[in-house]
Design a protein around this ligand. Structure first.
Ligand code: GUN
Ligand code: FE
Length: 440
């Protein structure tokens, strides 16, 4: 068989392409790989790696030349509330519990009006689609129909998401609290409806709001569902001091907050559990998170806005815990994961300088890692361009951010990526791929 026939066969069997530009990605938390002029190869939705020239075996694949553009992995938002998008950046003079009572419950309750939900979720989904996020763990509301509507919209975008119908059966206003049995029954019905929908990109995740809003009976019921259906879990943990005190008053049998999830089988069922915050986790709680392999969604912007504190993210990272970043909109002001990277670095510096010199500040490579490969691990082999990783990529047009240093060749790919975290927004995102599929 002639060479070109063999090549045509390869192309027919395998869909692939090559992106040519500056490429930056994480190998691990300490190692940021950066190349000014590289070829990034995608075959069948997976990365084949980053090369300085085109390897022989891929010579037949189409090459997209993006000379002056920067190619980054897609960003992973491990914690975001879709129904809070409308009031993002409002009300942050309050702390968590007051903020929930004043803003959150009322707004989330309004999503049982499906027409309102559709309009509001459409704006959230559009924002996620055009921004740096390629994968996300999303809280919806208690309303299963509105949540299914959100999932329909997310499915259409091609973004990969876990979406949860929220469960909460105590300590919430009458208009937004569920009966325990109804909450469990609606969760089963919701999960059945998701199965019937045959989504490709959108998966369900069990979502007890947090211990103050969930009885033991509800938690146990959700733990049974997690085990029966092999489902992942997301919730909040040790975010705010008053919240933690409240948990110790409500759950006297638990030695620490995290135990209230673990005793119901909600920590690390199926190896997949993500807890937002862990700002004030005790040594016992940290040991349990480690033992169960729970992912931590570090949400620095939210933790600053609600005066929750600053989580010791660097310590978690150095101890080999699983950790990524979350926007936590609306407690976080923006869905932009560039902002989350920036906020993680800046807040870690304040924490270090002001009150704990034992935990060093996060470096740029560490924060970049958390926002990509660290959080990506919740989705599988995601968040890097190493061979075998799902091909999620952002094409960044950072020309508008360039300075005289670029013109004189004194800025290279890694520095361009760092600058993007501080200066870029959606306008600089010229293209986006998820699992090898180009969204725009
Ligand atoms: N804890 C329980 N619910 C919430 C919420 O909606 N946002 C935040 N930041 N923390 C929570
Ligand atoms: Fe949250």
């Amino acid at each position: 068989m002639a060479d070109h026939d063999r090549m045509n066969d390869l192309e027919a069997e395998h869909e692939g392409f090559i992106l040519h530009g500056a490429v930056v990605y994480s190998r691990d938390a300490k190692t940021l790989e950066a190349a000014d002029d590289a070829y990034l190869i995608c075959v069948d939705g997976l990365s084949k790696g980053v090369f300085s020239g085109i390897p022989e075996e891929y010579a037949g694949l189409p090459v997209h030349d993006l000379w002056d553009k920067l190619i980054l992995p897609g960003f992973v938002d491990l914690h975001v509330h879709a129904p809070q998008y409308q009031f993002r950046s409002l009300g942050t003079d309050m702390e968590l519990l007051e903020w929930l009572d004043t803003y959150v419950f009322r707004e989330e309750a309004s999503y049982s009006d499906l027409e309102y939900a559709e309009r509001a979720y459409d704006l959230f989904v559009e924002d996620l689609y055009t921004g740096p996020t390629t994968r996300a763990c999303v809280f919806a509301t208690t309303d299963p129909d509105a949540t299914l509507g959100l999932m329909d919209m997310l499915e259409e975008t091609g973004l990969k998401t876990f979406v949860g119908k929220v469960n909460m059966d105590r300590n919430a206003p009458d208009y937004y609290v569920e009966d325990t049995e109804d909450s469990l029954a609606e969760t089963y019905a919701f999960l059945d409806a998701v199965c019937e929908s045959g989504y490709e990109n959108t998966q369900p995740i069990l979502t007890p709001r947090f211990t103050p809003a969930c009885t033991r009976k509800l938690m146990d019921g959700l733990g049974r569902i997690a085990a029966e259906r092999h489902l992942p879990v997301q919730s909040h943990l040790s975010e705010n001091r008053r919240e933690i005190e409240w948990v110790s008053e409500l759950e006297k049998d638990a030695a620490f907050y995290g135990e209230t999830y673990d005793r119901s089988g909600l920590f690390g069922s199926n190896g997949k559990c993500v807890m937002a915050h862990c700002v004030w986790s005790t040594e016992d709680e940290i040991a349990l998170l480690k033992k169960r392999g729970v992912f931590i969604a570090h949400c620095p912007d939210s933790n600053l806005n609600l005066s929750s504190g600053i989580a010791p993210a660097k310590r978690y990272l150095e101890e080999g815990m699983r950790i990524g970043l979350g926007s936590d909109v609306a407690a976080g002001s923006t869905t932009s994961m560039f902002a989350a990277v920036r906020s993680a670095i800046q807040s870690s510096k304040a924490r270090w300088r002001m009150f704990d010199e034992s935990v060093k500040p996060l470096t740029f490579p560490e924060a970049f890692y958390m926002a990509t490969k660290g959080g990506g691990a919740f989705f599988g082999q995601v968040g890097s361009f190493e061979e075998g990783y799902e091909f999620d990529a952002l094409i960044i047009d950072d020309e508008p951010l360039s300075s005289m240093l670029d013109a004189s060749g004194r800025i290279h790919a890694a520095e361009r990526a760092e600058r993007v975290m501080y200066l870029a927004d959606d306008r600089h995102i010229a293209g986006k791929y998820v699992a090898g599929r180009q969204l725009f």
